[in-house]
Design a protein around this ligand. Structure first.
Ligand code: AVI
Length: 313
């Protein structure tokens, strides 16, 4: 029986333009590399969003909590929770009655987060969930009471447009009028800055992308030779997409043991591994309306690089 990853790879490598989902970047090594990316000088989104939450945390907390009563603060893709702690502190300071339910696909990231929270915010009620987004959305539906949902870090940018709308509609479906969503959107800006954020000088983003092949070698018994694969990325201002690829630097064959199959790669053929969409404020309002949501308030950093947007039904 094939597992999810094996099935995904079988489908993705049989396509005319080979593609693998960036969802599979985040094994333990990939999650650690992403932590490193967030500290890189070129990778501005994390700092920009941190500045928003640091300076405007109290105002955001006030928009997110219901007028009265307890609520669940569910965070999709919680990661190390560094930015969220700012919001959690603001909510605790405002004596909000809530449980924090972080959701992340990485068990190791979750263990680290729960340990850090119990040290730093001992008064916080934490109900961790190790799951992918689809499972988390089902859990959200089943949760009684008021909800505030966080989807920070421009994770929304990693969906392609159809999946993005579908996901937002699923997020909106279980929400009632008093519930709130806070979504982080990376905004369109100097294309050179955007591209540099995904092609850093130290090569950490390259290692992050290439780690996907290491994962396939380990988990699916593949024999990708990393010496003959390269990271390539580009930003398209017309679509607002950063597209990242793994490039086969020569004609080669790769055997994947778990699939019992060998795949041919031509010289310079690519595997498309990630989209990171960048938005305008007008696109965000339009997207919200298409998903049956309205923009309650937009919080931006001083440079206007990033927006944390409060949405409601
Ligand atoms: C997780 N996600 C929002 C990151 C992004 O910016 O698209 C993942 C990433 N990929 C390369 N660098 C960072």
């Amino acid at each position: 029986m094939l597992n999810d990853l094996a099935r995904h790879v079988a489908d993705g490598l049989r396509k005319p333009i080979k593609a693998l989902s960036s969802m599979y970047f985040y094994d333990d090594a990939g999650s650690r590399l992403f932590q490193q990316i967030m500290g890189l000088p070129e990778y501005y989104p994390t700092r920009a969003e941190f500045a928003i939450l640091e300076r405007q945390g109290a105002a955001i907390a006030a928009e997110m909590r219901p007028a009265a009563g307890p609520f669940t603060l569910l965070e999709l893709g919680a990661g190390d929770g560094l930015k969220t702690k700012l919001l959690l502190r603001a909510l605790l300071q405002g004596s909000a009655d809530f449980a924090y339910a972080p959701v992340d696909i990485s068990a190791s990231a979750m263990t680290g987060l729960v340990a850090a929270l119990s040290r730093e915010l001992p008064a916080l009620r934490v109900e961790p969930v190790v799951a992918d987004y689809a499972t988390a959305l089902r859990a959200l539906k089943d949760r009684p009471g008021s909800k505030a949902v966080l989807f920070l870090g421009s994770n929304i940018g990693n969906f392609d447009p159809a999946a993005r709308l579908d996901f937002l509609r699923q997020l909106a479906a279980p929400l009632s009028a008093a519930d709130r969503l806070l979504i982080g959107f990376d905004l369109q800006k100097d294309p050179r800055r955007i591209r540099a954020a995904y092609d850093d000088a130290q090569g950490v983003t390259a290692a992050f992308n290439l780690n996907l092949l290491t994962r396939l070698n380990r988990e699916l018994g593949a024999n990708f030779d990393l010496a003959h694969w390269q990271h390539y990325t580009d930003y398209e201002p017309l679509t607002g997409a950063v597209r990242s690829f793994l490039v086969s630097a020569r004609a080669q064959q790769v055997h994947i043991g778990a699939l019992n199959q060998t795949f041919d790669f031509a010289a310079w053929e690519v595997i498309h591994t990630e989209n990171s969409f960048k938005f305008t404020l007008a696109q965000i309002s339009e997207l919200a309306a298409q998903a049956g949501l309205r923009v309650v308030r937009v919080f931006q950093d001083e440079a206007g690089d990033f927006a944390d947007v409060v949405l409601a039904c």
